[in-house]
Design a binder for this molecule. Structure first.
Ligand SMILES: Cc1cc2nc3c(=O)[nH]c(=O)nc-3n(C[C@H](O)[C@H](O)[C@H](O)COP(=O)(O)OP(=O)(O)OC[C@H]3O[C@@H](n4cnc5c(N)ncnc54)[C@H](O)[C@@H]3O)c2cc1C
Length: 425
């Protein structure tokens, strides 16, 4: 028997992949609901489900796509056919980074960049230099890596910084170049990899429920509201504080600091670096249009405090009198302390949507995930110390690996399942 601790994407994936191989699996989740950082809340005022934060994906999320297909949930994601990222800034107004469908990569992206207002050929040339620049030194940040290339500030501002923030949840001056290069290589290898995808339903319904159903059909026993605090080993197996069951293997997918407490081997909270993400959900009783010429239900703000603006009602095709907009601040520099930030981002929304008058939401809700993602940093502890029965699949990307994302969680879950199966052979 195998115990999986943590019922987020990584834990559910590990449980499914193990059960597919005929393993007996018990999954333990501390919260009353599955989902972890991909979860939805019921908002009493609007009567709608609302995600902790809108989750954006890129076509390169191959493991996530495969998992969704295996769980009959592929239709819950809308994928663009070609990259089309609406952008806005105060000077240039609305514009879009669109790849050119009839050209192969990276030409399709280069022409897309040339077409951006004020970019011209300098951006395309910089992209060529960037794609050729493979060498980087250990510990280099994205800013240090890009410096010798004399990347035009507009390219940094319109593409590289939003990509760095969106995928790594930190700014180029601290984000490790090795992981950013990995993101660039993965996302700009083909049209399919570069396009954006978003969920058509709240996360709990679109992602977590199909995974739960699949796990249940495969015979996984799911125990919610069951916090694992410690483990005890004996000759007959590993025992958890929850019940008398004995397990041969333990896969831990909780946040890394919880994993340290459970196993007595891992990290303390102070030893990992995390960044917050702040989400402002707004509901309006009048139409609010993000103004994208091609009708995309999202927009990246350039030079704005709100970095991403999502038209949730359009994404989810919600039939409601209320229009639901979510504004996201990644790597939140204000940490929500300054009370004026909500007025700033709602004013930005009014400007973006071209409303002549200030917009007045009928309801708003702030969800700040203080430790939204674990940053890609070198490990200071030695995972080789782990006993063979313990597989630590907690989020802690290394520089050069995919940063903390849904895709990374799926891959961690799958890798943990593979390791477990291998060690039982
Ligand atoms: C606001 C926000 C926006 C994001 N946006 C994006 C995005 O746009 N695109 C993207 O790809 N990724 C995004 N991410 C990142 C993504 O959500 C996470 O990387 C991913 O969900 C992590 O999954 P996980 O299963 O590893 O961890 P978690 O989801 O944290 O799951 C761990 C689970 O373990 C449980 N647990 C903890 N302690 C115990 C215990 N002692 N016993 C039992 N259970 C325990 C927790 O309750 C939790 O359910 C975002 C994250 C946040 C917070």
């Amino acid at each position: 028997m195998i115990a999986v601790i943590g019922g987020g994407v990584a834990g559910l994936t590990a449980a499914i992949r193990l059960a597919e191989q005929g393993k007996a699996v018990h999954l333990f989740e501390a919260a009353p609901e599955l989902g972890g950082r991909t979860r939805s809340f019921f908002d009493k005022t609007t009567g709608q489900y609302c995600d902790n934060g809108p989750h954006l994906m890129i076509g390169a999320y191959s493991a996530t796509r495969r998992l969704l297909e295996d769980c009959h949930a592929a239709q819950n994601v809308h994928w663009q056919e070609h990259l089309n990222l609406p952008l806005w800034d105060a000077e240039r107004g609305h514009f879009q980074l669109r790849t050119v469908p009839w050209l192969p990569f990276p030409l399709a992206l280069m022409l897309g960049l040339i077409r951006l207002p004020a970019h011209q050929h300098a951006s395309a040339l910089a992209l060529i230099k960037l794609s050729r620049r493979t060498s980087l030194t250990s510990g280099q940040t994205v800013k240090e890596w890009l410096e010798p290339l004399n990347i035009p500030p507009l390219l940094q501002q319109d593409m590289l910084e939003p990509l760095c923030l969106g995928t790594m949840n930190e700014y180029p001056d601290t984000a490790p170049a090795a992981s950013f290069r990995y993101v660039l290589d993965e996302s700009f290898s083909s049209h399919k990899s570069a396009c954006l995808g978003w969920f058509r339903l709240p996360l709990s319904e679109a992602l977590i429920e199909p995974l739960r159903i699949k796990a249940g059909k495969l015979g996984v026993s799911i125990h919610v509201g069951n916090r694992i605090r410690h483990t005890q080993t004996s000759a007959s197996g590993i025992q958890l504080n929850a019940g008398d069951m004995k397990f041969q293997h333990l896969i831990v997918t909780t946040p890394i600091w919880a994993s340290g407490q459970i196993t007595g081997l891992g990290m303390q909270q102070a030893e990992v670096e995390t960044r917050p993400i702040t989400n402002l959900h707004l509901w309006y009783d009048e139409p609010v249009n993000l103004g994208s010429p091609s009708g995309q239900p999202l927009l990246g703000g350039i030079g704005t405090l709100g970095q991403w603006f999502f038209d949730i009602s359009s994404q989810m095709d919600e039939h409601s009198d209320l229009q639901h907009i979510a504004i996201v601040i990644s790597a939140d520099p204000l940490d929500c302390r300054d009370s004026g930030w909500m007025d700033v981002v709602t004013r930005e929304l009014a400007e973006i949507s071209g409303q002549p008058h200030a917009l007045h939401p009928v309801h708003r809700r702030v969800i700040q995930e203080r430790r939204a993602t674990v940053l890609a940093r070198s490990r200071t502890h030695d995972s080789a110390r782990h006993p063979a029965w313990l597989i630590d699949a907690s989020e802690w990307p290394q520089p050069g690996e995919l940063p903390a994302t849904i895709e990374a969680a799926v891959r961690r879950g799958e890798q943990a399942a593979r390791m477990c199966i291998m060690s039982q052979k």
